[in-house]
Write a new protein. Structure first.
Length: 257
């Protein structure tokens, strides 16, 4: 049976999240605590047990005004795979989102998944990204920012550009994501940086401002790193899959990955 997620499902969903992705149950429960304001999810239930999940993050919009539904954290218990549950969960979320007039997007982790999502939910177009590795160093001032302050400055820096806008709950979820993986949201000089650690490497997932590489290097220095991986909205690595075409330099850096 597929149904909307309920609060009573949260412990089972957190346990499934940990088994599927390796993230801590505390992180999953933190995300779930925001879910009622952030969007919704579907659970697959068999004999009273939660065996699958998928979420649609809805506190998002494009700078053109179109509402967005971001398909996230799709997982099925290992013993229940190859029965079409993942596809059914994705379709349920995407269909509900489209009924609300939302652009549907997701972040496939591999090329086979990219094709799978294209067949299942019709995400035909890609945004790409690139990245560079920098040596940490520099003396720019680094200051942690709260979610609200970060979001206000982010919109100022992205004014006039095609970009993803985050609502208050979405930026809270993004801050939780970064902080749970050893990073956070920062002002670095005149720039903004959102960063987390990925397998011990500091990844600056978003850096906005006029001197991005210098700011990313300074953040790495402040956080005790030798090198930093800086992501960019421009590049040739397929990244975000959507069901509409957007300008290739659309800024979608904060993508809950």
């Amino acid at each position: 049976m597929l149904r909307r997620i309920e609060r009573g499902d949260y412990p089972a969903l957190a346990a499934l999240w940990h088994r599927a992705f390796g993230d801590s149950e505390d992180y999953a429960l933190g995300f779930l605590s925001l879910l009622e304001r952030l969007g919704f999810g579907y659970a697959a239930v068999e004999d009273g047990a939660v065996v699958g999940m998928a979420y649609l993050i809805c506190d998002l919009a494009l700078s053109t005004g179109q509402r967005v539904g971001y398909l996230y954290a799709v997982a099925v218990d290992e013993r229940c795979r190859r029965r079409g549950l993942g596809a059914a969960l994705c379709r349920a979320c995407a269909e509900d989102g489209r009924r609300e007039g939302r652009v549907i997007a997701t972040l496939p982790a591999s090329e086979p998944l990219r094709a799978w999502y294209r067949d299942i939910i019709g995400t035909r177009h890609d945004l790409c990204r690139g990245w560079v590795t920098l040596r940490a160093g520099g003396e720019l001032p680094v200051r942690p920012l709260g979610a609200a302050a970060y979001n206000v400055r982010r919109e100022e820096l992205l004014a006039g550009r095609s970009h993803l806008c985050l609502g208050q709950t979405a930026i809270e979820a993004e801050a939780l994501n970064c902080q749970s993986f050893g990073g956070g949201l920062y002002a670095v000089g005149e720039c903004l940086c959102a960063a987390s650690f990925d397998d011990g490497i500091l990844t600056v997932r978003e850096c906005l401002g006029s001197d991005r590489e210098r700011a990313a290097a300074a953040l790495g220095q402040a956080l005790g790193c030798e090198s930093v991986r800086l992501m960019s909205a421009l590049g040739d690595e397929p990244y975000m899959a959507l069901d509409i075409q957007l300008p290739p330099d659309t800024v979608w850096d904060l993508a809950f990955d």
